[in-house]
Ligand binder design. Structure first.
Ligand code: NAD
Ligand code: TYD
Length: 361
């Protein structure tokens, strides 16, 4: 039985991962979710498992060394760390980079140090079968040319462009340095864009769903032809678990959906799917149309294309994306239909301020 310290478990991917893990392992695992609950962290995401005997929540900041060390001291059975906690949105990083360095770089340093101190044996080796998994992004590799045959591989040199991706690259480098210097037992995963339930509506897909359902403009940056490789979040959760249990220690694994789409294609698919899902009697059907699409000023330093060839994770571990985009986007849209209150709660308060400043409305 493993005891997991999951950081950032109240966020989008972290909460999906915790759901996935309890679904898969039932009562055979313990998960301690450590999250400071920024604007992106929401305990509502975990409402249905909060009373599970194997689950506990600790509100703590990953940059708070004493708090993180105390969690390890209080829970000497922690033998897995899955590190999601981060500032995660590129547009916010362009406006306010410092917190990205603080959380993503300094926070990762604190997590690494605390795990190393807890797991290190007197001879400098580590307790057997103790593992740290650092969750990262394909954005560390920079951008690909607008060419369907180019892909990111684990060997692609890092070339981050946004403060977000630079801070994630910094955190990856720290993890690599711990593996090289101390033989610290870790893996890094670099994943492409995720979508699915519980995603905060600052990211493309939930923002477009929410705006469309409220009859608001759909702001497409630049020419709308930038490409992202979209992966259903549950497939990512499964990949993380498989890498941690079956991957070779010290290795990096890229995780991708083999599902590259231009942003404008995504927006069109969302509108088509929303229209199919809305009853003819629903008054929203009158305004959920492509007329809402509005081209706006491009993002500064906007990476053109991301695409992952998930060859290594497939050949070594046997993981492949399972959810086709057509099915995943429908499931996602239905989830947002069924969780209008969730959306209302996360978009009240500070979200309005963010939206008005970001989109000049
Ligand atoms: P998110 O923004 O939805 O969630 C981040 C979580 O971290 C929140 O619950 C937040 O409260 C918590 N957090 C932030 N700062 C913290 C701090 N100082 N201490 C403790 N908790 C803190 O992010 P996400 O989309 O779920 O991404 C999770 C991880 O996956 C990130 O490391 C991100 O870089 C990586 N990733 C995301 C994507 C994507 O498409 N969203 C793709 C690849 C990799
Ligand atoms: P996003 O979801 O922010 O993910 P990332 O920048 O990490 O890939 O954006 C995905 C793509 O959608 C990216 O090319 C920027 C674009 N985009 C828009 O065109 N309009 C928007 O309002 C947002 C949030 C993103």
């Amino acid at each position: 039985m493993h005891t997991y310290l999951v950081t950032g478990g109240a966020g989008f991917i972290g909460s999906n991962y915790i759901h996935y893990m309890f679904k898969k392992y039932g009562d055979d695992i313990r998960i301690i979710n450590v999250d400071v609950l920024t604007y992106a962290g929401n305990l509502e995401n975990l409402r249905d498992i909060e009373n599970k005997p194997g689950y506990s929540f600790v509100k703590a900041d990953i940059t708070d060394k004493a708090a993180i060390e105390k969690i390890f001291a209080d829970n000497p059975d922690i033998d897995r760390v899955v590190h999601f906690a981060a500032e995660s949105h590129v547009d916010r990083s362009i406006r306010n980079p410092e917190v990205f360095v603080q959380t993503n770089v300094m926070g990762t340093a604190v997590m690494l140090n605390a795990a190393k101190a807890a797991w290190e044996l007197p001879d400098g080796t580590f307790k057997p079968d103790h593992k740290f998994l650092h969750v990262s992004t394909d954005e560390v590799y920079g951008t690909l040319p607008d060419d369907d045959n180019a892909y990111f591989y684990e060997t692609t040199p890092y070339d981050p462009h946004s403060p977000y991706s630079a801070s994630k690259a910094g955190s990856d480098m720290l993890v690599k340095s711990y593996m090289d210097t101390y033989k610290f037992p870790a893996n890094i995963t670099n994943c492409s864009n995720n979508y699915g339930p519980y995603q905060f509506p600052e990211k493309l897909i939930p923002l477009m769903i929410n705006n469309a359902l409220n009859g608001k403009k759909l702001p497409v940056y630049g020419d709308g032809l930038n490409v992202r490789d979209w992966l259903y979040v549950e497939d990512h959760a499964k990949a993380i678990d498989m890498v941690q249990e079956q991957g070779r220690l010290f290795e990096t694994y890229n995780i991708g959906g083999h599902n590259e789409k231009r942003n404008i294609e995504i927006v069109n698919i969302i509108i088509d799917t929303l229209r199919e899902e809305l009853d003819d009697s629903d008054p929203r059907k009158a305004y959920v149309t492509k007329d809402l699409i509005t081209y706006v000023e491009d993002r500064k330093g906007h990476d053109r294309r991301y695409a992952i060839a998930p060859d290594k994770i497939k050949s070594e571990i046997g993981w492949e994306p399972e959810t086709m985009f057509k099915e995943g986007i429908r499931k996602t849209i239905r989830w947002y239909f069924d969780h209008e209150d969730w959306m209302k709660n996360v978009t009240s308060g500070d979200y309005q301020k963010y939206y008005e400043t970001m989109y000049n409305v």
